[in-house]
Design a protein around this ligand. Sequence first.
Ligand code: FES
Length: 613
Amino acid sequence: MDVTIIQRNKKLVFKAGEGSVLAVAASAGILLNAECNGSSKCGKCKVRLLGGAGSAPNAVEKQFLSQQELDNGWRLACQLAVRNSMVLEIPDQSHQANPWKPAAAFLPSYPPDPAVRKEFVKLSPPGLVDQRADYERLRDSLMIPGRGIDRELLVTLPTKLREAGYSVTVALTQDRIIAVEPGNTTAQSYGLAFDIGTTTVAGWLIDLNSGKIIAGQAKTNLQNLYGPDVIARINHAATVEGLDNLHGRILDTLNPLIGELLKEGTVAYQHIYEAVIVGNTAMAHLFLGVPPVFLGRAPYVPAFSREQVITAKEARLRLLPTCQVTILPNIAGFVGSDTVGVMLATDIEQRPGICLAVDIGTNGEIVLAGRGRLLVCSTAAGPAFEGARIKYGMRAASGAIRNVSINTDGVCVSVIDDINPVGICGSGIVDAVAELLKVGVIEPSGRFVSTEVAQTMPKTLRERVRRGSDGMEFILVKASSGIEDIVLTQQDIRELQLAKGAIFAGIQILLKELGASEEEIAEVLLAGAFGNFMKLESALTIGLIPRVDPTRIKGIGNAAGTGACMALCYQGMFRKAVGLAGRAEHIELSDHPDFQDKFVEALGFPTEGGDCR
Ligand code: FES
C-alpha cells in the first residue's frame, strides 16, 4: 500500500503495511502528537484523510471530532487503520514538535578539572637491553602509574605504539587507561552531559580543556510511546518485554542525540571520554536497564541510590567503548540525580538564609535549604506544565504560545520562533490563567465567571468567552489561515490547579518540617525548561510559589543539566554532588499526614489577601 503524507507543503510517499495511521507514520519517521499513546484519551492525533477509503469514524473519533470536522475528513491517527493506499494531511497541531534547544548551562569560569585527563608521552622504543612489555612501558611513562587497561585496548596496543613511533597520547580515568592515540591529541578532549527527563532529554557537549559548552541539543524522550509520566513508564516496565522496550527507547533517543551534538560541535566520537548523566530515579533505572518496578509500590524503594560508573559499551552508547559513563546518585524513589544536579548548580547549601528551589517538569521536585538542613520532596504534579492533558497544550517548542497578556484591548501572545501558534506550553498556560484571573474572566476558585457576568465585560473579552464541547472556554487565538481557534478550557484550568496545588502543598510541608514560614524564605529558584519563559509575576498570581518579594525569585533554566555539566568538568563538583545526595533528607509526601489538607487548600488561586480560595 502507498501512503502519502502531506505536511507543511511537503509530500512523503512510502510503502506501508497494515496498522494505525499513528503507527504507520511513526515507522516512516513521522511522529505525531500522541499524548495518550493511542489510548483514546487525548484527541490530539488529528489527521485529515484526503484520498483513499477509511473505515467509518468510531465512537472515540465522534467524541473528539465535531460532525463538521468528520465531514471535512478529519480523523484520529490512532483510530484510523491503513488498509489501502491513502493520502493524509498532518496539520501543524498534530505534529510532534521537537523540544526547544536547551539553554547554555552556566559553568564556573575557573579551569576544568575533569575525571578524565589526557597525557602526551614519548616512549623509548624497546631493545634487547630494555625488553619491558608494551603495556608496562606505557604505564611506567605516565605521571601517575599503576593503571589498569581494558582488554579491548590491549589487543590493539602493540600495533598502535609501533605505528605511532612510540609517541602517543593516553586518556586516563582515575584507575584505567581508556584510550591510546597516535601523536599529541591533548587538545581534543571532550565530554557529554545529559539530563534524561521523562518528556525531554537534553544534552551538552563540552570541551574539557577549556570548560566551554560547544553544543547543546534536546530530543523528545522516545519512551513517551509508553505513557506520558513516570508512573506509566514504571507500569509498562512491569509488562512482558516492557523493560526492554523502555531501555531500547531511551537508547534510541540518546544515540541520535549524541550524533547531533557531535555534528554541531564537529567533534569525533573517539574524542569523547566521559559522559555524566542526571535524571529522575525511574529514568536512571531505565537507562541502565534496571527494573524500576518497586519504585511504583510503597515504600517506593529504588534498586540503587549511589552513583554508577560504567563504560559506554556497557551502556550501549555509540561512543568510544571505554568512554566512562557516570550516573549521579539519586536520593529516593522519586527524587533523582536531576535534583542533585539542581542542588549542585545552585550551590543551594551555601546560599544565605532559607532557599527554596523548585524544579518543574513532568514531576515537581522541591528542595528547601536552611538552618543546616537540606530537605527534598517530589510531588506528582502531573504533566500540565509540559502541556500534557491540556486541550491545546504542547511542550515548549516552535509554535508554542509561551507568554500571554490580556487586557480590555484584547489578547496578545508571544510564540516560540515567532511563527503561527499551534498550541500553548506551560509558561503560556500559567500566564493565560494569571491574566484571566486579573481581568476577572475566571474566579479565584478556578471557575469561569457566569455567562451573565461575562456579558458585562468589554466586548474584546466577552466575545472570547464561550461554551465549547468541554464546557466554558476562552479563545486565546482566533482561527485564521488553516489554524483553528486555540482555547483554554475549564478542564485545562482544573489541570493547572491540580499541578500547582501539588507543588504548593509540597512547599508548605517542607517549610513545616524545617519549622520556617513563607516570610522567612530569602530566595526562590525556579528550575526547568519551563522556567525559561515563565513570567515570575504569573507564578505568584496563580499561587505556584509562596508570595515573596518578586526580586527574590529567579528563573534558573535547566539547573539539573547545569549540575551534570559541572560534575563532568570538575571532580570536586562530582564529589560535592555525592555529598549533597547523602545529606539530603527526603520527605515522603504520599503518606504525610498534612499533605491532603495542604493540597486541597492550595487548589484555589490566591486572592488579594493572599489566601487560596
Ligand atoms: S493518541 Fe489518539 S487519542 Fe490520544
